[in-house]
Design a binder for this molecule. Structure first.
Ligand code: HEC
Ligand code: HEC
Length: 227
């Protein structure tokens, strides 16, 4: 009798442990993966002050990091290198102290906002821009400088656009990334697309866009670092 009761009790205990195991693994699967959770924590500790909650950005302080066009054309390398090295001459500091696993966790967190399929590999493989920097300069000064500054110095010039004439950006962004950003823009920001039926301030053709990229790459702040 005694032995039977003990046996039953053990059986109940096993069932209980088994159920606990099932519900435990169910919660683990339902929750975010550990690196996204870590990334969110690190983001809230180090980035939210400027890039805001959910990475929506704030005009004149920091760009959006969860913008769907940005995430669909930015490679992990671009994001990781930018976070690790920062962007010289802007308030975007270097976060190398977070280590590569910390930075990768932040990127995983940002990627969890992705809404469009990634085109990053294709965009990154696009050929380098080829064009006339003098024509590019004219376009740049007419349309881009109001927001990005006359020399591409970004917020420092009082506009809403980032420092696209500085090496912090130019040394990491591929020509394909710059080209696609100009073409399609970034929704919910002042950066409208500049090509096709939805173009904002001007409808530029491929050659004109390349002229602008070649002009940006000819700026002294960038040239000083590639020569
Ligand atoms: C003190 C404010 C500040 C903090 C804190 C900050 N950033 Fe930035 N970040 C900026 C600014 C300003 C820029 C744009 C710089 C420019 O003008 O080119 C930027 C740019 C970026 C970019 C490039 C975005 C693009 O559109 O190309 C990434 C990626 C980025 N930050 C990630 C982070 C991450 C991740 C953290 C936290 C680890 C962080 N930043 C913390 C101010 C900040
Ligand atoms: C009305 C203002 C405005 C104009 C005009 C404008 N931009 Fe922008 N641009 C922005 C803003 C704002 C952002 C960053 C979006 C954000 O804050 O999330 C941006 C982002 C960019 C980026 C991405 C930079 C990065 O750090 O990833 C590139 C490249 C760019 N613009 C190029 C251009 C070029 C070239 C022109 C002219 C043909 C132009 N922009 C005209 C406001 C503007």
């Amino acid at each position: 009798m005694q032995a039977r009761r003990l046996f039953q009790r053990i059986n109940h205990l096993t069932l209980f442990i088994a159920l606990l195991g099932v519900s435990f693994s169910a919660t683990v699967f339902a929750a975010e993966s550990p690196s996204i959770t870590t990334g969110k924590q690190l983001y809230e500790e180090h980035c939210i002050f400027c890039h805001q909650e959910n990475g929506i950005g704030q005009v004149g302080i920091a760009p959006s990091l969860t913008n769907k066009e940005l995430l669909s054309i930015a490679t992990d390398k671009f994001l990781i290198d930018t976070i690790r090295d920062g962007q010289d001459g802007t308030s975007m500091a270097a976060f190398s102290m977070l280590g590569s696993s910390g930075i990768q966790a932040i990127v995983a967190y940002l990627r969890s906002f992705e809404k469009l399929p990634s085109r990053a590999a294709e965009v990154d493989r696009q050929p380098d821009a080829f064009g006339d920097p003098r024509l590019g300069q004219q376009w740049y000064e007419q349309i881009c400088s109001t927001c990005h500054g006359m020399a591409g110095e970004g917020y420092a010039a009082g506009g809403s656009g980032t420092a696209i004439g500085k090496r912090g950006f130019l040394s990491k962004a591929s020509d394909g990334f710059i080209r696609e950003t100009i073409r399609i823009g970034r929704s919910n920001t002042a950066m409208y697309g500049f090509q096709g039926p939805t173009a904002g301030l001007a409808d530029l053709d491929d050659r004109e866009i390349d002229d602008i990229i070649v002009y940006l790459r000819s700026l002294p702040t960038y040239q000083a670092t590639v020569e």
